[in-house]
Design a protein around this ligand. Structure first.
Ligand SMILES: N[C@H](CCC[C@H](N)C(=O)O)C(=O)O
Length: 259
């Protein structure tokens, strides 16, 4: 029997499991893929285990819906913070461990989570797109009309092109909608579909918007499943610090599944 919670952050949804006793077999890809399956299982863009980690309040172990351990997940990170809070693992400010290292986060009185993201290393600026790693790899391209845009077809083609076929990449399409606002749509690797939101993806888009359009922090970002914001400090050419992803993290239900 597995006891779990279902959480969503701007429509990016996750199965959350309190695995402080480390009893979940992280190599059982089939089980994770089954749980994330929207027809045969619970359904989710990913699955997250909350584990204990020395020197931190907790560790977030994140799997993509395909059942494999993933890299950093921004929306999942916010959900993990909210879940860890309900487990009593911290009071209002936390530091936790994830695939890309340490993160700090706070929970405000409107229950929004402010999550500090690790700065991208090299930011690639190409003629029609950006590529950077904000904890997960992200391709970013600016578009003019995201409402009438085939994100799945375009995203899939880029994710499977010669460069990315092996490792995969997440693919984001961003549209400037104001002085400090964007709309973003994302095709996620590991889910292999468009998701309603991607936290590491909007972080990459905010940085790309600063480089491409000199857009200033904080940037409000509309995604299919809601609203996110990204704040940052520009500390040099293509160098950023204090990157904060802000958004909701909402418990949906708790249940158990016989497996
Ligand atoms: N949805 C996630 C991204 C997961 C990254 C994953 N799809 C990958 O790179 O394999 C987010 O909110 O940041």
């Amino acid at each position: 029997m597995i006891h779990f919670w279902k959480y969503q952050g701007a429509g990016n949804d996750f199965i959350m499991i309190d695995d402080r006793d480390a009893s979940f077999d992280i190599n059982d890809h089939e089980k994770v893929a089954f749980l994330c399956h929207r027809r045969f299982g619970v359904g989710g863009d990913g699955l997250i285990l909350i584990r204990l980690k020395e020197g931190y309040d907790f560790e977030m172990v994140y799997f993509n819906a395909d059942g494999h351990i993933g890299t950093m997940c921004g929306n999942g990170g916010r959900c993990a913070v909210r879940f860890a809070h309900t487990l009593g693992l911290f009071d209002s400010k936390t530091s936790f461990w994830a695939a890309d290292g340490a993160h700090e986060a706070t929970l405000d009185d409107q229950l929004l989570v402010h999550l500090k993201m690790n700065p991208p290393g090299d930011i690639e600026v190409n003629s029609d797109h950006y590529f950077m790693d904000t904890g997960s790899p992200h391709y970013v391209r600016f578009e003019n009309d995201l409402e009438n845009f085939d994100c799945v077809t375009e995203g899939k083609a880029i994710r499977h092109n010669e460069r990315f076929a092996k490792e995969g990449t997440n693919v984001n399409f961003a549209q400037v909608t104001g002085d400090q606002s964007l709309t973003v749509r994302t095709f996620e690797r590991g889910v292999e579909d468009e998701t309603y939101a991607c936290g590491t993806g909007v972080t990459a888009c905010a940085i790309a918007a600063n480089i491409e359009h000199n857009m200033q922090s904080p940037i409000q970002i509309k995604v299919l499943g809601g609203d996110l914001a990204v704040g940052f400090n520009k500390v040099g050419e293509k160098k950023y610090s204090d990157i904060i992803l802000t958004g909701p993290a909402t418990p949906v239900f708790k249940a158990e599944i016989k497996i």
